[in-house]
Design a protein around this ligand. Structure first.
Ligand code: ADP
Ligand code: TRP
Length: 328
């Protein structure tokens, strides 16, 4: 493990709740991998967070290990990145408890995730309510400088920053850094095949490791208006074009011009998009399949990352014990 001390730390967590889609890839996974050259990168499988909604041991195992395989397939390099299981670091849960004694109920009641869950379910579990505190703990225990996340997670990182400030103020220390959020604005929201934000919950996704048939079906289902091939089209109003921006970057000016001039139909545009997405995804899918054939190798990466991350967490929690008086 090469840890270059002079580089700032970038840390993120991934909740294992299903298979990744192209939105997850451009909004969270790829930006993270791209940080490996400039940062000391850490990524963990947020399995404790997943338990707030997932109560099926087979699925927990499958999704959690699956996420680790996904990240290795898209380019996480265990020589550069510390990758670990949240549940391998029990100090996170203890720090979360300590933070819960500093955080007020009205403050947490303002969190979007809680408000959404409450609007949908009659009974929100305590874990969901305390979700941001667990996240503050898993972030702050590793002292990161930046936390790369999608837009929807900004509020959670903000809560982590508030929690750091509150702890430091309450105990008169500089224990926790207040990490910055890093959002990749250009691809902040990848649209799905219906033009809404791509999301598992909307059933409008293009799966990241899709086979050709699934991919073709998804792309041919992209919703368009009913303009004929000859008609002039505004590229900025078309869902296919929005995806060309990600997969057909080299030809984007040309496609935009042909949309405006008329003469490019949606079928042609979809065929072209399919070819480009396939060319992008096929090597990732092959790598993912090779990794899945040897689960022991990925488990070893997680075990080794866990040792590094835990060492840091144990040290931090010891300092916290001293700051709050649990060192008697
Ligand atoms: P989903 O909405 O499919 O359930 P998650 O909430 O699990 O996705 O998101 C996991 C990560 O991927 C988060 O960092 C989130 O911001 C990012 N992400 C999800 N959907 C998109 C999207 N359509 N565009 C950009 N980023 C996304
Ligand atoms: N809540 C995040 C999500 O749903 C996952 C997560 C947990 C996380 N802990 C984190 C993200 C710490 C960044 C940093 O996507």
């Amino acid at each position: 493990m090469q840890t270059q001390k002079e580089q700032p730390i970038a840390l993120t967590g991934v909740k294992p709740t299903g298979r990744p889609h192209v939105g997850n890839y451009f909004g969270a996974m790829k930006p993270f991998v791209d940080l490996q050259s400039e940062y000391q990168t850490c990524v963990f499988i947020a399995d404790l967070h997943a338990l707030t909604t997932l109560h099926d041991k087979e699925k927990v195992r499958e999704y959690a290990l699956g996420v680790a395989m996904d990240y290795v397939a898209i380019g996480v390099d265990p020589e550069k990145t510390v990758m670990y299981r949240q549940s391998d670091i029990p100090e996170i849960a203890e720090l979360s408890w300590i933070f819960s004694t500093l955080t007020t109920m009205p403050y947490l009641m303002r969190a979007h995730a809680f408000k959404d869950a409450e609007a949908k379910n009659k009974e929100v579990n305590v874990g969901t309510f305390c979700y941001p505190i667990l996240m503050a703990a898993d972030i702050l225990i590793q002292d990161p400088d930046i936390v790369p996340v999608g837009k929807d997670q900004n509020q959670h990182v903000e809560i982590a920053r508030d929690t750091a400030a509150k702890f430091n103020h309450t105990f008169g220390t500089e224990m926790f850094k207040t990490p910055k959020t890093m959002t990749i604005e250009s691809v902040a929201t990848v649209p799905g095949i219906d033009g809404q934000k791509m999301s598992k919950s909307y059933g409008n996704t293009i799966p990241l490791f899709a086979d050709d048939e699934t991919l073709h079906k998804a792309i041919m289902s992209i919703v368009t208006d009913s303009k004929s091939p000859e008609e002039s089209k505004n590229p900025e109003e078309d869902n296919i074009f929005a995806l060309h921006k990600l997969f057909s970057a080299d030809a984007i000016e040309d496609i935009a011009r042909r949309y405006r001039e008329g003469g490019m139909g949606y079928k042609e545009s979809k065929d072209m998009l399919y070819e480009n997405v396939r060319a992008y995804i096929a090597p990732l899918r092959e790598k993912r399949e090779a990794i899945a054939a040897d689960p022991g190798a990925v488990k070893k990466i997680l075990d080794e990352g866990g040792v590094v991350a835990r060492e840091r967490a144990v040290k931090k929690l010891k300092e916290v014990h001293v700051a709050i008086g649990l060192d008697y």
